[in-house]
Ligand binder design. Sequence first.
Ligand SMILES: [Mg+2]
Length: 195
Amino acid sequence: MKKIIGFDIDGVITDEEHENDNIWHDAICNFLGYDIVRKSDSYLFDQAYDISSDVINKFLDKNLTDIYSQVKPVPLARETIRKLYNYNFEVNLITARDQGFKGLTTKWLKKHQIPFTKLIHNGDKVPHALAAGIELFVEDNAENARAFARNNIPVILINKYHNKFLETKGKSIYRVDNWQGVCQIINDFFKINFL
Ligand SMILES: [Mg+2]
């Protein structure tokens, strides 16, 4: 029987971080024309920055397509997903990206040779994960991790500045720092030996 695993895309498969900050922060500074300081460690632009939602929407309209198409995958993410797919896993990708980006996202996954069984665009991930029978989900968003755990879907949460606040003790949430950690948990969780 196939094992069923799920992955978020942005911040999990995509490589958002670099030396100084991350691609979203760089893009917004570039758009504004100055180095804005984050006022909180939130994942959400309107909470992270002291700018109006109107400016945020203009920024997103102008930049999302470029960011989504130019971002690189984390090399170990790509390798691991390929391995799992060849190991007969069902690979479900669930992203909060707008449905309108499905074509772009599919093209990007093909370009980077990331195989998948299903690609779902929906911010409300739990119902889709339950319907697909996902046994373990890899995420970086704290709210999503909390929702998965509440619905008894174990989560691997990749540590990010914006999910530090989430209390994970006693929940089925495995915190890891990077994809080495993700691989280790997948290996142990499914009791496979693919590392
Ligand atoms: Mg994410």
